[in-house]
Design a binder for this molecule. Structure first.
Ligand code: DGY
Length: 323
């Protein structure tokens, strides 16, 4: 690219060094150097005049942000597969194209899903804390007994790319896969999993519930007391999707009553705030939204955005363009 006509871009968060170096080559780049989470008004103030706005799931790209930047803004590129933080209708109306990062993070997210699942089933938090505390008295026949996976049923809510990557790994642990999705998958993609046309039916068949559907306003609070009550008593709940799919009060009550034996949560409503009720419970394994946090994946997510922008600049519609 001719450096004299590089487009102006604003980077709301720090990306990996390799990706930032590539962005400097291609754009006149301004960066939110301290990597703080920017409120919409700050984005508007800092990104004036940019053609490309790089965000992540922590920035709300509201209709107001889009309208304020619309005179120059052409592309919003989010370093996330989720796009519930972007007002797509407003972007469409303003002629702003939106790119995201599907596929490249599915394996990393599936790994974290299994990490949470294993820790929730095998009491990872309590085990770690016992060793660190110095109170461990040695091996004991009934110490920290968890729940084994072989022969158990894993109910996956959301059988997209990430859900399928989880199912593939979970089968190797001997779990039988059940799923609920908007529509049934082709047999080749289903790979032996059992489809349930209703969420309620899947819940009744889930010793472990894996929440892997994309975040969406319509799914807010879908896992409420009534639905958690459909799970077999002593089930395990894992969430790698968005925190607001779960009614926190209901899950905390279910964890206290034993209706849910344990949970593994990587996402929370109102991040970075975490409902204090979770912090008081031993049977929850918590991680700070690190589903896609590997060096390889964060680089790949950045390259995918860069390639997508290059495609748009040459008049092509890349696969990671949201419509
Ligand atoms: C995603 O890609 O949507 C992850 O949740 C990180 O934001």
């Amino acid at each position: 690219m001719n450096h004299s006509n590089r487009p102006r871009a604003f980077l709301c968060r720090r990306f990996t060094p390799a990706v930032e170096a590539a962005l400097h080559e291609r754009f006149i780049l301004s960066i939110n150097d301290d990597d703080s989470i920017l409120a919409p008004a700050r984005i508007v103030a800092l990104a004036q005049g940019c053609e490309v706005l790089f965000v992540s799931a922590t920035e709300s790209v509201t209709a107001e942000v889009i309208a304020a930047l619309a005179p120059t803004l052409r592309i919003v590129a989010t370093l996330s597969v989720g796009h519930d933080h972007i007002d797509l209708a407003a972007a469409r109306e303003a002629g702003v194209q939106v790119l995201h990062t599907p596929d490249v993070l599915s394996d990393a997210c599936a790994e974290i899903a299994l990490m949470l699942l294993l820790n929730a089933c095998r009491r990872g938090f309590e085990a770690d804390r016992l060793v660190r505390s110095g109170a461990w008295q040695g091996w004991a026949p009934t110490q920290l007994l968890g729940v084994g996976l072989v022969g158990k049923r894993l109910g996956i809510f959301g059988m997209g790319r990430i859900g399928r990557a989880i199912a593939h790994r979970a089968q190797a642990f001997g779990l039988a896969i059940h799923y609920h999705n908007r529509s049934r998958l082709e047999p080749a993609l289903e790979a032996g999993a059992t489809y349930h046309p209703t969420l309620e039916a899947m819940l009744a068949h889930s010793d472990i519930l894996m929440i892997a559907a994309p975040g969406a306003p319509a799914l807010k609070g879908v896992f409420n007391a009534q639905r958690l009550g459909r799970l077999p008593r002593g089930a395990v709940v894992v969430n790698i999707s968005r925190g607001d799919l779960v009614d926190d009060e209901a899950l905390i009550a279910a964890l206290q009553s034993g209706q849910v034996r344990g949970a593994g949560l990587d996402v929370f409503a109102n991040e970075p705030r975490v409902h204090p009720g979770y912090r008081d419970l031993d049977n929850v394994f918590l991680s700070p939204h690190i589903g896609s946090a590997t060096h390889e994946t964060r680089d790949a997510m950045g390259w995918l955005l860069i390639d997508g922008i290059a495609a748009l600049q040459s008049g092509r519609a890349p696969d990671n363009l949201l419509r």
